[in-house]
Design a protein. Structure first.
Length: 762
């Protein structure tokens, strides 16, 4: 019966039925600001009426009725809000009610959206409703709303944050008005607009654009202009800088809260112009203020320097100038500490520590501004030019690898290695470091004095990251030789004699001749007893059977032996050199011999063994007082000066006593005279210069080869070559000399047309 009654209704009667069932109830609920509750059966009845009339061809009338109902209510709301200044609470109340109405009207008349609006009108119910709200209510109140939101933001700038929620509500409405295909949904009894298609089509100037461009920017200008004038009157320059930076930091928070990122730059420009740029003449004379900020212990003050530079690019010059002086003074403090310079371990440790501090200082306060990191590195590099700094650094690494890392955690070792790399980066001659480090590494590994091969490999990997594969090729070769040697020794021990021919345990290190820095310790001419010589021959036979075509050159001067003294009561054992063992064997056999006679019997010059023999007498592990009669051997020489002549005679001390079961007789390093040190330095400089010249000529050749057919001037070639070298600082004169050498070698020549240009001809 009810259905028949609805079917027989006219259009006007049908709409009155919908008003009676739902719309009037919605208006009643909205008066008290509550969300309407509609019974499902009533709602379905209203929807049935809409579908019924739509199917009868009244779709146009239904669409108009939907929009007219919303329009009438929006007009009514506009009248109530139009008088005087806008009350935002009322604006939010009526906007919320309008959204309620649109939501329920869309639900009741939603059948139209399924086909009518797409086929005939092409504007959905939501879009039509949004246009009504925007054109009738918002556009008429727009200027009042914009003024009100500016007022609220200024209130927050002054410290009143209670207005924050209202600002966010207004901005949400701005966003809703900018939706191109809006759809309104109910989410937890809150009406929300969404973008139905979420497309990115170019649309008209948005509400936020209009507000930012026409209202907010001008309001911001007035606010900061007044603030700058007031603050400059009442504050010192330093106080002004700190105050404005603090304000701008808070302003960033406000912008992040309310303003879309694309508008930040425009508003920031206004802030910077009136707070900073217009006050430049008073702010820029910052010498004393910058110095005060740099020397300040307060991190916050130093951070303000970085912010100031970002705001005022012109301020960077006086700050750089002051920072340059500041950092040089800081570096001078450590390089002028004479007590510290005497101890290379403490000196390098403090240098690493200080370099880290300065890097952190720059990173913390000047972050991504490259000028300050450049000043830090260049200033440090200028101090790293100081004499012997490379050798001091290599000595420190040697100490760490031998002793310094003992008992250290992996993290502590890693931090130290990274610190060493920091200094390495600033060295003016990485080539000099390379040669010195290779020399020390070679000695450490041959003498088995390194605490950890893994740590050695780790450091070599770090050098490889900094300077490339070629830089560490010899270092890597040494490590590879040791790995290969482990395999060989294990296989040698698997033989019948278990690696101990003639009951003498051999532990041989086979190394590549090109990788290791063995220098002049090749004692292949020394005469060995037959049973020792046969041991070497046994290993040589084993090794050459595995590696066909190889030839072994024995470096006997590098060997270490363990000797057990059977004639002593305690059967003491010493760690000794091969020349010491051979000397003791001769004295055991012959009785008493002079140094001259021993050198003749061993087939070597006395200068090679004299230091070893003195180790048998004066080593502090058993002879702390350096007495001439307390050594393993004694003689008729003057023991007070710890030296003896070639004709002085020695013999075994059968009364030798040592409280330690194990001791060492290894000779102390002979102290070099000033003349010997100078001679070594001259030789090393020659080697370094030869390496540098080889590198320069290789780079010059590569550059010229790549520029065949192009004009290459002298000045350009010198400049480009200097740029491509990072192992050392190539001076123009040195580059020029190597250009001349390439001309002599017929690799390049001067151009006939322009004598200042070069041509590749090789």
């Amino acid at each position: 019966m009810e259905k028949d009654r609805l079917i027989k209704m006219t259009f006007e009667e049908g709409m009155k039925e919908i008003e009676k069932l739902i719309i009037n109830n919605i208006f009643e609920y909205m008066k008290i600001g509550d969300f309407p509750v509609i019974q499902p059966n009533i709602f379905l009845k209203a929807v049935f009426i809409v579908e019924l009339f739509a199917d009868k061809g009244n779709d146009n009338k239904l669409y108009d009725y939907h929009n007219k109902t919303i329009e009438n209510y929006v007009i009514e709301c506009t009248k109530k809000l139009s008088s005087g200044n806008i009350n935002l609470d009322e604006f939010f109340f009526y906007t919320k009610n309008i959204n309620f109405l649109i939501y329920w009207m869309n639900r009741i008349f939603g059948y139209l959206d399924r086909w009518y609006t797409k086929v005939k009108v092409k504007v959905s119910l939501s879009e039509g409703a949004m246009k009504i709200y925007k054109s009738i209510l918002f556009e008429k109140l727009k200027s009042k709303i914009f003024i009100e939101i500016d007022r609220l933001i200024n209130e927050e700038r002054k410290g009143n944050i209670e207005s924050r929620n209202k600002i966010k509500k207004i901005l949400e409405i701005f966003n809703d008005l900018n939706l191109k295909h809006p759809q309104i949904i109910n989410e937890k009894n809150e009406i929300k607009w969404i973008n139905k298609y979420n497309d990115n089509d170019i649309i008209e100037l948005t509400i936020q654009d209009i507000w930012i461009n026409d209202f907010f920017c001008e309001d911001t200008r007035k606010f900061v202009e007044a603030k700058a004038k007031n603050d400059l009157k009442n504050m010192s320059i330093t106080e002004y800088i700190l105050s404005e930076l603090a304000y701008l930091e808070k302003e960033d928070i406000i912008l992040d809260n309310y303003i879309a990122p694309q508008y930040h730059k425009k508003i920031n420009e206004i802030n910077y112009k009136y707070l900073i740029t217009n006050a430049l003449e008073e702010i820029i004379p910052l010498d004393n203020n910058v110095k005060d900020l740099l020397l300040s212990e307060k991190t916050e003050k130093k951070n303000n320097l970085y912010k100031l530079i970002k705001l005022i690019p012109k301020s960077i010059d006086p700050i750089i100038s002051e920072f340059d002086i500041y950092i040089k003074n800081k570096y001078n403090e450590i390089f002028k500490d004479e007590e510290l310079l005497k101890d290379y371990k403490k000196f390098i440790f403090e240098l690493i520590k200080f370099k880290k501090e300065m890097n952190n200082f720059v990173k913390e306060h000047f972050k991504d501004i490259i000028y300050f990191q450049d000043i830090n590195n260049k200033t440090f590099s200028s101090f790293m030019k100081k004499e012997k700094i490379v050798k001091e650094l290599c000595k420190y690494i040697d100490y760490c690898m031998k002793i310094g890392f003992k008992g250290k955690s992996e993290e502590e070792i890693e931090n130290t290695l990274n610190g060493i790399i920091l200094l390495f980066k600033c060295l003016n001659s990485k080539l000099e470091f390379q040669l010195e480090f290779e020399k020390n590494l070679s000695e450490r590994l041959l003498k088995n004095e390194s605490l950890s091969i893994i740590t050695e490999q780790k450091f070599i990997s770090k050098l490889k990251e900094e300077s490339g594969v070629t830089y560490v090729i010899k270092m890597s070769g040494m490590i590879n030789d040791l790995e290969k040697n482990k395999i060989n020794i294990e296989l040698y021990k698997s033989l019948d004699h278990k690696g101990s021919p003639n009951d003498i345990k051999l532990n041989v290190i086979v190394v590549s001749q090109n990788a290791w820095d063995i220098r002049k310790k090749l004692l292949e001419k020394i005469i060995l007893p037959k049973y020792l010589l046969s041991c070497l021959e046994d290993f040589e036979t084993f090794y050459i059977s595995r590696y066909k075509g190889q030839k072994l050159i024995w470096c006997l001067g590098l060997s270490k032996v363990e000797i057990q003294y059977l004639y002593l009561e305690n059967k003491n054992i010493s760690k000794s050199t091969l020349p010491q063992l051979l000397t003791l064997l001769l004295l055991e056999q012959k009785g008493e011999l002079s140094l001259e006679m021993i050198s003749q019997l061993l087939g070597c010059h006395s200068s090679i063994i004299i230091n070893d023999i003195q180790g048998l007498i004066y080593n502090t592990s058993f002879n702390q007082n350096h007495s001439a009669d307390k050594g393993i051997i004694i003689g008729n020489f003057n023991g007070e000066i710890e030296e003896f002549k070639e004709n002085d005679k020695i013999c075994i001390n059968k009364n030798f006593i040592c409280s330690k079961l194990r001791f060492t007789t290894l000779p102390n390093k002979k102290k070099k005279s000033a003349e010997e040190i100078k001679k070594e330095e001259i030789e090393e400089n020659k080697i370094i210069k030869r390496y540098e010249n080889n590198i320069l000529q290789a780079i010059l050749t590569r550059i010229m080869k790549n520029r065949i057919g192009q004009k290459t001037t002298h000045s350009w070639l010198v400049e480009e070559t200097a740029k491509q070298i990072d192992l050392f600082n190539a001076q123009p004169q040195q580059i020029k000399e190597n250009i001349e050498k390439l001309i002599e070698k017929n690799i390049i020549k001067r151009s006939e047309e322009d004598r200042n240009c070069y041509i590749y001809i090789a």
